[in-house]
Design a protein around this ligand. Sequence first.
Ligand code: AMP
Length: 279
Amino acid sequence: MQVVETIEQVRAIRWRDPFVEWGLVTTMGALHEGHLALIRQAKSENERVGVSIFVNPTQFNDPKDLEKYPRNLKHDLAMLEAEGVDLVWTPSTEEMYPPNFQTFVDVEIMSQYLEGASRLGHFRGVTTVVAKLFNVFQPTRAYFGQKDAQQVAIIKQMVRDLAMNLEIVVCPIVREPDGLAMSSRNARLSAEEREAANVLSKALKAAEKQWNSSKRDAVALRYEMRSVIESEPLAKVDYVSVADPTTLEELNGEVDRALLSMAVFIGDIRLIDNIVVGR
Ligand code: AMP
């Protein structure tokens, strides 16, 4: 496994043989089984796999969140080595944002909804860094988790709009045995908060059950999710949503197919989760 920092090194390794297919998994480190599932899928579909680790400052609208974001490079590298990853790219902030950096990628409409409404400028930071990672790495395929459903919808839109030459592969959400979606942020939960955090998946399951029993009104689905979350004293709803999975527009009336999603504060830790109902 090669671990490199500079753009030049990545390009040299990536283009050593132009006929080799590369899969790329972009991460912010603090790796867990959710990341590893992406890497394993990338390994099964490509001859070589690269992983980037970069805690991207432009996607954090809260400096405290950026500061507290878990970092554990040594542990991450050991996990990636064990998975048989070929190339790890750990760029510095200066490499990604050199002095006088002034070019941003903005997927204008979809970036305003859901996470974008709560975290102003978040997706502008995400699409800018992902565009740069793609541009440097030029993978055949890039792998993203459905955990960040809006992120993946926006990245697909960006790839389509800018005719980027790669395939986006979406992988299912990896959960703990009790249903909590794996996240680097889970490491910051106390034992009591960890227990309370189950309320996200419980609320989604309750809404899914309602949808399965043909009670498919969007307002009622939102109400169901909100009431389950509000039954947990340590949880505070940021938003609950029933939206079109592709355009991310909020839906009303009976829904055939929808992205049910939410952001919930457990103490001061903000967690997200989602599920898609309908085919
Ligand atoms: P992050 O390091 O949080 O930026 O995540 C890197 C990639 O891993 C993103 O594509 C995430 O959607 C994906 N990911 C994070 N957690 C999970 C999970 N529990 N299941 C599946 N994919 C995940």
